[in-house]
Design a protein around this ligand. Structure first.
Ligand code: ADP
Ligand code: MG
Length: 420
């Protein structure tokens, strides 16, 4: 799920400048070619494409697909593929070639190998499928994203003429190149607003109207499929003046599963994302990978963010977050611990739980059971507060385990950083 959070957080950050981890909800993710299928259904301009999966039909597929030039793209649930590198040393998850024979050769170098990008775990993500698309001559790359935003209590459109690249960097270095437009969920986007956005994206002449139409179609799609985010990066202008969605990333509202059965049936999260997230989600836990060395077990996204801030304030860096949410049982806590400690980067663990719905004694029992079972050999700092906290403290004390308890959040973070 970290990819989802990062994706959502990326755009959220643009609006709120809030740290990552804003959104801890699990959202369905689709591979690019699946997203493009949906875009096409709603009349959004995309390039023709085929999908290869290293099966015997690949040759036939490529042979019957005539293009002057092809773009070959690894399909994983992460961006930054163009600049990515495979674990076999092969460079780039996006290649352009005009030679049909090269298409198959390129896809063979990708499929079955792990692609490492800025957005994947350090070990990369296994590529099972490759998309081959008709290449277009891109003259300009812009950025368009529609997402549900809490602050605006509804959808917002984020647009930037500086597309193709890292949008976080754009937000950081040239915030004037970002436009945020709140949208009305009950109505199409007014034409004048669309024109304003298209002009902000620096489209000229006939391309203004074309761009406006594309964005409107994207908005119709957004609402019809219960998306929480549609990110098009780049929305490209071609040398023939076309406006085309070249890369698309869609996330959906999990609560809409009952009316979006077809879309949810396409879920590929199992195969193409961080295995720890997948494992965590099986137990209804949220896992977020970070770069530091303190493993964190928390309940709730707000507490996760506060924990991250206070660890950093104390000079440390979180390695990950495992959010056990509300109504958690002992077995889930134990599983959470297992996932947290499976990361060799983790040199210490901080448990920070505020028991409201969660019973602190349940957490304590889970911690003790897991520590014994896993023969935990990294320092463990625990801060519990709220429901049944006294009983929980007794359980920890009587466990005989070298657990450091902390009185408050600051104390906890301080001890966790000091314990390394
Ligand atoms: P990612 O964001 O994962 O790196 P993209 O699909 O955005 O993947 O591709 C990276 C870059 O490759 C694009 O920004 C664009 O410059 C180029 N590119 C992608 N598809 C095409 C295409 N069909 N024709 C020409 N260039 C392309
Ligand atoms: Mg892209």
């Amino acid at each position: 799920m970290s990819l989802l959070i990062k994706a959502a957080a990326t755009t959220r950050q643009l609006i709120h400048k809030a740290p990552a981890l804003q959104q801890q909800v699990r959202h369905l993710n689709l591979l690019e070619f699946q997203s493009k299928d949906l875009l096409q259904k709603y009349g959004v301009a995309i390039q023709q494409f085929k999908v290869l999966d290293n099966s015997s039909t690949d040759t036939q597929v490529v042979n019957s697909f005539d293009c002057p030039e092809y773009v070959v793209k690894a399909q994983i649930l992460a961006g930054g593929r163009g600049k990515g590198i495979f674990d076999n040393g092969f460079k780039g998850g996006v290649h352009i070639t005009s030679n049909k024979n090269d298409v198959l050769a390129l896809s063979k170098k990708m499929i079955g190998n792990r692609l490492i990008t800025k957005q994947t775990p350090k070990t990369g993500i296994l590529v099972n499928k490759v998309m081959v698309a008709r290449s277009v001559n891109i003259t300009r790359e812009t950025y368009v994203c529609i997402l549900l935003d809490r602050e605006h209590n509804g959808p917002v459109l984020i647009a930037s003429p500086a597309g193709g690249m890292d949008i976080e960097a754009v937000a950081e270095e040239t915030p004037e190149k970002l436009l945020t437009v709140p949208l009305d969920i009950d109505k199409p986007i007014p034409e004048d607003k669309l024109i304003q956005v298209a002009k902000f994206l620096e489209f000229k002449g006939d391309a203004i109207k074309r761009c406006a139409d594309e964005i409107q179609k994207l908005y119709t799609l957004f609402k019809s499929v219960d998306a929480v985010q549609i990110e098009i990066n780049p929305l490209a202008e071609t040398d023939t003046g076309e406006v085309i969605s070249v890369d698309a990333k869609l996330n959906f509202d999990d609560n809409a599963q009952f009316r979006q059965k077809e879309i949810f049936a396409m879920d590929v999260t199992e195969e193409e994302s961080d295995p720890r997230e997948v494992e965590a989600s099986k137990y209804n836990l949220n896992y977020v990978a970070m770069d530091g060395n303190i493993g964190c077990l928390v309940n709730g996204a707000g507490l996760a963010m506060a924990t991250m801030d206070i660890i950093k304030l104390n000079g440390g860096e979180p390695a990950n977050f495992l959010d056990v949410g509300g109504g958690v049982n002992e077995q889930q806590v134990a599983k959470a611990f297992e996932i947290l400690t499976s990361d060799p980067k983790v040199k210490g663990i901080l448990v920070n739980v505020f028991g409201g719905i969660v019973n602190c004694a349940t957490i304590a029992n889970g911690i003790v059971a897991a520590s014994k079972k896993l023969k935990l050999n990294v320092p463990l700092v625990v801060r519990l507060e709220g429901t049944n906290v006294n009983q929980a403290r007794e359980i920890l004390k009587n466990s005989g385990l070298p657990i450091q308890t902390a009185s408050d959040l600051d104390d906890a973070a301080h001890k966790a950083v000091a314990s390394l």
